[in-house]
Design a protein around this ligand. Structure first.
Ligand SMILES: *Cc1c(COP(=O)(O)O)cnc(C)c1O
Length: 392
């Protein structure tokens, strides 16, 4: 019996089937991973944009090892230097405000939602306009914010206070504003929705609308943040600033950590006793995140996401041109989707079989989220695998 099969059998006996994995991975290094049978893969999924600096980056490994030996956790009843340093760094690369630390994307978005509600509370405003086709997480409130009924089905009644506008349609957002509206929440590039970037006029229009109507503009940067698009945060591709945004996925390079970053006017809305979490911003989690930010800076990964993204995109476009069953390519930086005319599932299966990890999303999109430090060689190798696997 193969090792993959052994692990799969035990897993399927004891782990609730919320996912349906096919391969057991046992080792990762840079942009490569290995399964339990020893097969090597080029990882163009990177844990769904978690390993933006690659698997087991030595700087991140060293930072975690060093921290785990001195202080892992103390409770937020105490100051810790790492939390302050990380907040300072995030503030410096974004909007100059303050941070709240959580443990996951859903929890960061819950924080964002609670922050907006608390801010609007005295005026009786709580409703958040979200986008159709969006994804914000699997807790009840973030599932309610998510604009996909399949995420909500079976869990009704959903928490109140969320409505959904058409993405990239400003009139649709306008038509949902009422006296209860407190914020607009959106992804600069919809990830689970199929790698759909916001149009520039839409992002700028939302910012203006929020200013006019005294609403908060909230961005979910969980997937498109942390240099994925060639900017620190997806919204920075649009020359606007939201009032607050959420982070998670790549922030800790695989060590769980989420964050809410708010601008100056939201900096002191949360007061002691209003919001909390035991594990938020531990010295260990923050050490992983600080190292991640330093690697992105020192290895110039914003630039690499742009140049390798452009290179990969050109290659995907060439493949798309040759193939009748491909509609085109979408995305920004190294957040790219190959849009098929039909379901993408079988094609993804063939690509993985040929040694490249990626994922189908929104039925007909093949989503690629490689580590941001991939080399030209990795890109060429990936394109070769994709080209061969898709040949009809
Ligand atoms: C993954 C994701 C989330 C949820 O993050 P979890 O850590 O899985 O809770 C929220 N928003 C976006 C845009 C995501 O991609």
């Amino acid at each position: 019996m193969s090792s993959n099969k052994k692990i799969a059998d035990m897993f399927n006996t004891y782990v609730m089937p919320t996912y349906a994995p096919g391969i057991a991975l046992v080792k990762g290094n840079g942009a490569k991973v290995w399964d339990a049978d020893g097969k090597e893969y080029l990882d163009f999924l990177a844990g769904i944009s978690v390993l933006n600096v690659g698997h087991s980056h030595p700087r991140v490994v060293a930072a975690i090892q060093k921290q785990v030996q001195s202080l892992t956790h103390v409770s937020n009843l105490y100051f810790t230097e790492n939390e302050a340093i990380l907040a300072q760094k995030l503030s410096a690369i974004s909007m100059g405000g303050k941070c709240f630390f959580a443990n996951s994307g859903a929890e960061a978005n819950e924080g964002l939602i609670k922050l907006a509600r608390l801010w609007g509370h005295d005026e009786g405003r709580y409703e958040i306009i979200c986008m159709k086709n969006s994804f914000h997480g699997r807790t009840l409130a973030t599932a309610a914010a998510t604009g996909q009924t399949k995420i909500q089905k079976g869990f009704e009644p959903m928490p109140a206070g969320f409505c959904h506008a058409e993405y990239n349609n400003l009139d649709s957002v306008k038509s949902l504003i009422n006296e209860k509206t407190v914020a607009v929440l959106l992804e600069a590039v919809q990830g689970e929705g199929g790698i759909i970037p916001a149009e520039k006029s839409f992002m700028i229009g939302i910012r203006k609308l929020c200013d006019e109507k005294n609403l908060l503009m909230l961005c979910d940067e969980v997937q498109c943040g942390m240099a994925r698009t060639g900017k620190w945060f997806g919204y920075q591709n649009y020359d606007i600033e939201p009032d607050a945004f959420s982070l998670a996925k790549a922030l800790g390079s695989g060590y769980p950590i989420g964050a809410v970053v708010g601008n100056k006017r939201l900096a002191n809305v949360f007061q002691p006793g209003k919001h909390a979490t035991t594990f938020g911003g531990t010295p260990l989690a923050c050490a992983a995140a600080i190292a991640t930010i330093e690697v992105i800076e020192e290895e110039n990964l914003l630039e690499n996401a742009k140049t390798k993204g452009a290179m990969f995109r050109t290659g995907l476009e060439e493949i798309a041109k040759r193939q009748d069953d491909i509609q085109g390519v979408r995305g920004i930086g190294l957040m790219l989707g190959l849009v098929m005319k039909g379901p993408a599932k079988d094609a993804v299966g063939r690509i993985i079989e040929a040694g490249l990890l990626c994922i189908a999303t929104a039925e007909n999109v093949i989503r690629f989220l490689p580590p941001l430090n991939i080399t030209q060689n990795d890109v060429e190798h990936a394109l070769e695998i994709i080209g061969k696997s898709l040949k009809s």
